[in-house]
Every structure is written in structure tokens, then in C-alpha cells.
Design a protein around this ligand. Structure first.
Ligand SMILES: Cc1cc2nc3c(=O)[nH]c(=O)nc-3n(C[C@H](O)[C@H](O)[C@H](O)COP(=O)(O)O)c2cc1C
Ligand code: SF4
Length: 384
């Protein structure tokens, strides 16, 4: 990927772990998790999102890269992965409106005020011009810290209702200034942040991006056709790889992590008075989000012509080695990004390599997701 040589085409996809300290510092638990995945053979590891500033924090126990005090812990994380000849990119993120006032101590930010978020139940505030510029600087400063900590690259989170995704989406971005309106304008915030991050990391580190190809918002947000336009801009702006994803927690979390619906755990996230009716509504999702192998492939095929030679990182429901091989051999994608299966089997890549496995055993039951959303650290809950 760009200047970074990776020993194989397997990437451990970013998954929020809930393992940082309350202050966002890297813990031994987090290091041990990624050491195991590195020892297990993955060529590239991208830990779950890291908040670039306090107002962009989405969840308690999220890893932070917002100030220099975090660098020593981040360095220990990078060193642990490097011990096993794997590479590590840090995913830089701002959660936008996907947070609460209680967590960040102020009204969450978005491109436009809009309606309250149906899950986080907050009405966000539209960012000022100044706040947008400050956020670009916060991304650049975070990228500089990633470099100092020894990361091999930065992965910019622009999917899943992250702040960049909100700016890219016509559903959330109703601005009429230079940050909204035309596609170029909606992209400007991400584009300028990429430029600033690139300056901060120099030419020896990679810069990759994760965008949404389909937000599944009630009215059109980012769609594969719009994502194709953005992919063209990203290629023009010199990114080293593009990962594509789908869905967002507010409207369609099950599009992010297709599989079984953890009904009881989702219901527990609601206020007690809402649970009985909420549970009935959630039950209606059962069976509608079953995993299909490589479910993003058709979206990625839409983007690919706009990307030129930029490598494509495919994620979502990749489980069978034969499917992965045929996707790479056909040139439809360059890197195979694997999320939940590496939660269950951190040594999955070695098993593929030494022939002891042909298919991940993760059943996408999403029990780990349900527990994580209710405050437990990310761990497989399926003991078969
Ligand atoms: C619990 C959970 C948390 C996630 N957190 C992140 C994240 O921090 N950043 C990100 O870009 N994607 C995140 N994702 C999306 C994954 O990277 C990946 O796109 C998704 O799990 C589909 O891949 P899989 O079927 O291999 O699990 C998360 C997914 C899950 C299940
Ligand atoms: S609990 Fe285990 S098997 Fe179920 S989705 Fe999570 S990692 Fe996969």
C-alpha cells in the first residue's frame, strides 16, 4: 500500500474494542489483543477507531490520539505488532453526532443541525467554519502522533456516520457554504484533512481511507454512485488504498455487521420505558441482514473504475479462503480485510497458511457486538 510493503494481503479490519482506559490510553489488554493477531499472521492490522479530539469521541473506552501524552502507549502498541513483522495503521476518527453530551460535555457536532439522532438521541449543532478548520488541524496533529508512535500508516475513518461521512452525505449535509452543496464542496473537508495528514506523515507512511458506499439513510445519503465520485477525488488526491463499508448505527447498524440480530442486547441500550416496544421493532430485523459472502463486492466494483491504480481493500463477510483467493486473483480487490473472524480466531491467517483451515469459524452471531455495545470489551462469545 503506497510506500508500505505488507507481507501478505490480509488485513485485520478496524473494530472498536472497548479496551482503552477511561482516558483513552492504550492498555495491556489492547496490546495483547493485537499482538495475538500479529502473531497469528495478519500482514496489516488496523485497530479500532482512535479519536483525534475530545469532542469527536464516540464511546467510552475508545483509544485516543488527541494529545502527546498518548504517544508512549501507542508506541507500545505499534512495537508489539512489529515484533511479528506485521504492519500497523492507526484509524483516525471523529465521531460527529454519534456520541452523547454526557460523554463529551457539550453538544455533538455535525455539518448541519438536522433532526435528533434516533439512537444517540442528541440534536447536533452545525459546525462553524473555524471548528472545521480546527478539526482539520486536529487530524493532522493526530497523524503526526501516529508517525511519532511508529505506525506504518494512517487510515482515515470516513464511513459509518463518522464526521467525514456526514459531510459527504446529502442527507446530513445541508450547508450552503464551501463545505456543502456540490460534491466537490461536500468532499472538501475530507480532502483538506487528507492533504494536512499527508504533510504530517511525510512520504514513508501510507495514507488509506475507509468510506461508506451506502449509508442506508431514510433519504439518499452516500450511495454507490456518489461514492464513485468521491473515490475519483480520493484517487486524484493520492491516497494509498481505499476500504469501503456500509451502514451506520443511527439507521442501519446491521448493515455494518450483517448476521444475527442481538435482540436482547440491543433492547438493553434503550431507556427502560422503551424496551418492550423497542424489542418488538428490533425483532423485525431478524433474518433481514444475513451474511452474504463478500457483501460489498458489487459496490466495490462500482467504485473501481474511478480508483485507477489505487488498491482496493474489501471488507464485509469474507469467510472462505477460496472466495478470498478468487477475488484477489480476479483483481476485484487487492487486500482482504477481515473483522469479526479475527476476534474469534486471531491466528486465522496462519491457519489458512498452514492448511488447517479453509474457512473462518465465526458465525456472525453478533453476540460479541451486543456485549460490546453494553460496555464489555470486544471478545468472542461463541464458545463452539
Ligand atoms: C463491533 C464492531 C465495531 C466496529 N468498529 C469499527 C471501527 O472502529 N472502525 C471501522 O472503520 N469499522 C468498524 N467496524 C466495521 C468493521 O471494520 C467491518 O467493516 C465489519 O465488521 C464487516 O466485516 P466482517 O464481516 O469481517 O466483520 C466495526 C464492526 C463491528 C462488528
Ligand atoms: S461472538 Fe464470536 S462467532 Fe459471534 S460474531 Fe462475534 S466473533 Fe463471530
Amino acid at each position: 500500500l503506497g510506500p508500505v510493503k505488507i507481507k501478505n494481503r490480509f488485513m485485520a479490519a478496524p473494530i472498536f474494542e472497548g479496551m482503552a482506559s477511561d482516558n483513552g490510553e492504550v492498555t495491556d489488554q489492547l496490546i495483547n489483543k493485537y499482538r495475538a493477531i500479529a502473531r497469528g499472521g495478519a500482514g496489516l492490522i488496523v485497530p479500532g477507531y482512535m479519536g483525534v479530539n475530545h469532542v469527536g469521541k464516540s464511546t467510552p473506552k475508545e483509544t485516543s490520539i488527541e494529545d502527546d501524552s498518548k504517544i508512549p502507549g501507542l508506541k507500545r502498541l505499534a512495537d508489539a505488532v512489529h515484533e511479528h513483522e506485521s504492519k500497523i495503521f492507526f484509524e483516525l476518527a471523529h465521531g460527529g453526532r454519534q456520541t452523547t453530551k454526557e460523554l463529551i460535555g457539550e453538544t455533538p457536532l455535525a455539518p448541519s443541525a438536522g433532526k435528533p439522532d434516533p439512537v444517540f438521541r442528541v440534536k447536533p449543532r452545525a459546525m462553524t467554519d473555524n471548528e472545521i478548520e480546527e478539526t482539520i488541524s486536529a487530524f493532522a496533529a493526530a497523524a503526526g502522533r501516529a508517525k511519532e508512535a511508529g505506525a506504518d500508516g494512517v487510515h482515515i475513518a470516513a464511513a459509518g456516520a463518522s464526521l467525514f461521512d456526514l459531510f459527504l452525505s446529502p442527507y446530513f449535509n445541508q450547508r450552503t457554504d464551501k463545505w456543502g452543496g456540490s460534491e466537490e464542496n461536500k468532499y472538501r473537508f475530507l480532502g483538506e484533512s487528507i492533504e494536512a495528514c499527508r504533510k504530517a506523515i511525510g512520504s514513508k507512511m501510507a495514507l488509506t481511507v475507509k468510506i461508506s458506499t451506502n449509508d442506508f439513510t431514510p433519504k439518499a445519503g452516500v450511495t454507490p454512485e456518489l461514492a464513485k465520485i468521491y473515490a475519483g477525488y480520493l484517487a486524484r488526491d493520492g491516497i494509498d488504498g481505499l476500504e469501503s463499508s456500509q451502514g451506520m448505527i443511527a439507521y442501519s447498524s446491521m448493515n455494518i455487521w450483517r448476521g444475527d440480530v442481538p435482540v436482547d442486547d440491543y433492547a438493553k441500550l434503550m431507556p427502560a420505558w422503551m424496551r418492550p416496544i423497542g424489542k418488538l421493532a428490533i425483532k423485525r430485523w431478524v433474518g433481514k441482514y444475513n451474511v452474504e459472502e463478500a457483501w460489498s463486492l458489487s459496490d466495490v466494483e462500482t467504485l473501481k473504475p474511478a480508483l485507477g491504480n489505487v488498491p482496493v481493500i474489501l471488507v464485509g463477510g469474507l469467510r472462505k479462503l477460496s472466495t478470498m483467493n478468487s477475488i484477489v486473483e480476479s483483481g476485484k480487490a487487492d487486500i482482504i480485510s477481515i473483522g469479526r473472524p479475527m476476534v474469534k480466531e486471531p491466528d486465522l491467517v496462519n491457519k489458512f497458511k498452514n492448511g488447517t483451515s479453509e474457512e473462518a469459524t465465526c458465525t456472525s452471531c453478533n453476540k460479541c457486538v451486543g456485549k460490546l455495545l453494553n460496555g464489555s470489551p470486544l471478545m468472542c462469545q461463541c464458545f463452539r
